[in-house]
Design a protein around this ligand. Sequence first.
Ligand code: RUB
Length: 314
Amino acid sequence: MPFERGQIGMSIETTAEKIRTMQIRGAGLIARQAALALKEFALVVPASSIEEFNSRMAEAGEMLLHTRPTAVSLGNAVRMVVRHKESDLGVARAAVAKNADEFVESSLQAVGRIGEIGSRRVQSGDCILTHCNSSAALSVIEKAHLEGKGIHVIATESRPRYQGHLTIKRLDDLGIDAQMIVDSAVRTVMNEVDLVVVGADVITASGSLVNKIGTSQIALSAHEARTPFMVAAETYKFSPETLAGAPVVIEERGPEEVYPAYRELRSVRIRNPAFDVTPHHYIDVICTEVGAIPPEMSYLIIKERLGWQLSDSL
Ligand code: RUB
C-alpha cells in the first residue's frame, strides 16, 4: 500500500515542501537537497524486503519530482541516487546513501570546475550581465573576480521572486563592483555588456536552454547587440527525456507572487510562468564541468555523460 501524506518520512516531506515553497531553490541546490533527503529516508524507511524498499524509494522520488516540474536536475538526481543492484536490504540502504553522498560531492565539484572553465572566457575589465540567482553562473563570476580580472557585473532583480537580491548580496559580500537593474532595463544596458552569463534549469538534447523567465528576452537582446551569451550548467541539468522530443514542462506559479490583490480582479487573470525557453542559436557556449561545448553538442553530454541512448527514449 502506498504511503499516505505524513508517513513517507519527515526528511522527504519537509524537503519537498521547502522546494515547493522555494525555501530551497536553484536547480543545483534542489538536486543536492533531494539527494540528501533520499539518503536519510533510505537509511530509516521500514521495509521487510528489497522489493518493498525499492518501491518506497520510488514513491519518495516521485514526491520530490513533483515539487518543481521544470527542474530536470531533480529527475537526474533521483535516478542517480535510487539506482542500485543490491539484493540485500542493508547493503541496498548503504548503496543509496553512498550514491547520494557521491552525487552531492560531484555536484559541488562541478560548480567549482564550471567556474574555472567559464572564467577562461572572461576578459580583464569585462562587464558581465547575469539573471536570477545561479550558483553555476556566480561560480564563473567569482572565479574571474578572484583571478583579478577587474570585472563589473550587472544583475537583474528577477521579478516576481527577486532572486536578483540574493545575487547582489553575494556580489557585495565578495566585494565585486556591481549594479542591479529592473528586468526591463536589460536592452538599455546591453551595449555596456561584454558577456552574458546565466545558469540553467534544463538543457535540451538540441541545446536549447530553459531558465528563469526573462532569460530568452536577454538572449534576444544580446544577439541583437552581438554580445556573447554563456550558459553555466552542470551535466545533470541536461534532459535525457528531450532526446525523444518530450516537451519541457514550464512551471506556472501562483498569481499572488505577481499581484497579491489578484482575488479582487473580475475579468483579469494573472499569469506567472516561472521559466522560458531560449533557442540554441542564441547561445554561444555552454560551460559544463566536463568542458565548454557549443549547444549543438548537448546530445553528446546526454549520451556519454548521462549514459542515455536514442533507444532508451523509444
Ligand atoms: C532559478 C534559476 C537558475 C537555475 C540555475 O530559478 O532559474 O538560473 O536554477 O541555478 P528558481 P543553479 O529561483 O525558480 O529556482 O546554477 O544555482 O543551479
